[in-house]
Design a protein around this ligand. Structure first.
Ligand code: SAH
Length: 391
């Protein structure tokens, strides 16, 4: 479970809390945890606790609360309340994280980070004094991840880590396969005949039961992919268990970025991303968007440009675009970029043929300012300058 960084805090553990302390140490990102020496005596630990208080270092203690209170007491005599740094006490079984000292000065946030990492609720302190420890059922996690275009080294390390930790992997078969290999204990829910919203709901159902679920998308999950469906499913649901789910969207390199990088810098100035698929929106809307994008002289990245089921859309789109842009306008066709069959072609609006393009291709159409020039290997560099001519 990725936990937001808090600040540096010391981690001190009594013998009874060592296992939980080790768990915390590996789970709380950005929190500098200085674990205690396994052979430390109670006196030694009490001394370190006193030093921590004196140095006003935030501290997380795991172990017997009674011992902690008795050990802290002498160090606190004569100290002012606002001199106290946050101290969060964690029970030896990790069932509760209690902000003990430094309330209103970071103790609550520290307790929340620790409780998140342990999968419990932080104990709330209504007034002063200790609240009742209420361990919450462990809520699940749902991460919608983007794998990037395909190459393993273009996938963010956070995404790789999420996939490695997942229990259930949900997505189209092709993408699930791309995200692998998986261990035998990881469940693959890769049926292709499920619709996006059904897949999103399935993912939430599993996470609400406490599972660690990953929904896979190629490229970026927020670009014509699963993230929007997952967030929409949450918006539409009134199931309180869904709200408890730890939801995260992890970005990936989108096809437009990957293709652009291969060709040079065609997205160097203002651009837009459009999907030519009319499965989820009417064709008239797509035509209107294309028209406006063309009039605005935006570089246009076309996703889902063509498929066997939609053979005519690209021809119509190109006809429309040719009414607005010169035949010499550079066009980049990137197919299977970042995958073994990668192929990048630079052509022009005048020359491009619809049969050069399929569902695995991303098309970038330049603006009036986009240029190309030959490169050493026979291909071409394409770029759109950062500046725009002033009228
Ligand atoms: N979420 C993805 C896009 C999904 S829509 C992303 O951010 O990249 C699917 C379309 O993306 C395809 O029809 C194709 O146009 C484009 N695409 C995805 N991966 C690609 C790749 N590796 N090479 C070229 N185009 C790709």
């Amino acid at each position: 479970m990725a936990v937001q960084p808090f600040q540096s805090a010391r981690l001190l553990a009594e013998a009874s809390g060592r296992a939980v302390a080790e768990r915390l140490q590996s789970r709380v990102q950005g929190l500098t945890l200085n674990a205690s020496d396994p052979d430390e005596t109670a006196d030694g630990l009490a001394r370190r606790l006193h030093d921590t208080c004196r140095e006003r270092q935030p501290c997380v203690f795991v172990g017997s609360l009674e011992w902690l209170v008795l050990a802290l007491a002498p160090a606190l005599v004569g100290m002012d309340r606002d001199q106290l740094a946050p101290v969060v006490a964690v029970t030896p079984d990790g069932a509760a994280a209690i902000p003990l000292l430094g309330l209103g000065r970071g103790a609550e946030a520290l307790a929340r980070s620790v409780a998140d990492a342990l999968g419990v609720l932080p104990v709330g302190l209504a007034t002063e004094g200790l609240g009742t420890a209420v361990p919450a059922p462990r809520s699940g996690r749902l991460a919608v991840i983007g794998m990037g275009p395909g190459a393993a080294d273009l996938m963010a390390p956070a995404v790789r880590e999420e996939l490695d930790r997942a229990q259930d992997i949900v997505g189209y078969t092709t993408y699930v396969r791309m995200a692998g290999p998986f261990r035998p204990d990881q469940r693959l829910l890769d049926s292709d005949n499920r619709r996006e919203m059904d897949r999103a709901r399935l993912a939430f159902e599993l996470a609400a039961q406490g599972r660690h679920v990953v929904v896979v998308s190629s490229g970026d999950p927020g670009v014509f992919a699963m993230a929007a469906a997952v967030v929409e499913a949450l918006d539409q649901s009134d199931d309180p268990a869904w709200r408890e789910v730890d939801l995260a969207i992890l970005p990936g390199i989108s096809a437009a970025q990957a293709v652009a990088a291969r060709a040079g810098a065609p997205l160097g100035h203002d651009f837009c991303m459009l999907s030519l698929s009319d499965n989820l929106k009417p064709w008239s809307q797509i035509e209107r968007r294309l028209e406006h994008a063309a009039l605005a002289d935006l570089v246009i990245a076309l996703y889902n440009p063509s498929s066997k089921a939609r053979p005519w859309q690209l021809t119509q789109a190109l006809d429309l675009l040719r009414r607005h842009r010169a035949p010499s306008t550079p066009v980049v066709l990137g197919r299977d970029v970042g995958r073994p069959d990668e192929c990048v072609t630079v052509t022009t609006l005048g020359e491009v043929q619809p049969d050069q393009v399929d569902m695995r291709t991303l098309v970038i159409l330049g603006s009036s300012q986009t240029r190309q020039f030959p490169r050493r290997d026979g291909g071409a560099w394409v770029y759109t300058p950062r500046w725009y001519p002033t009228p």
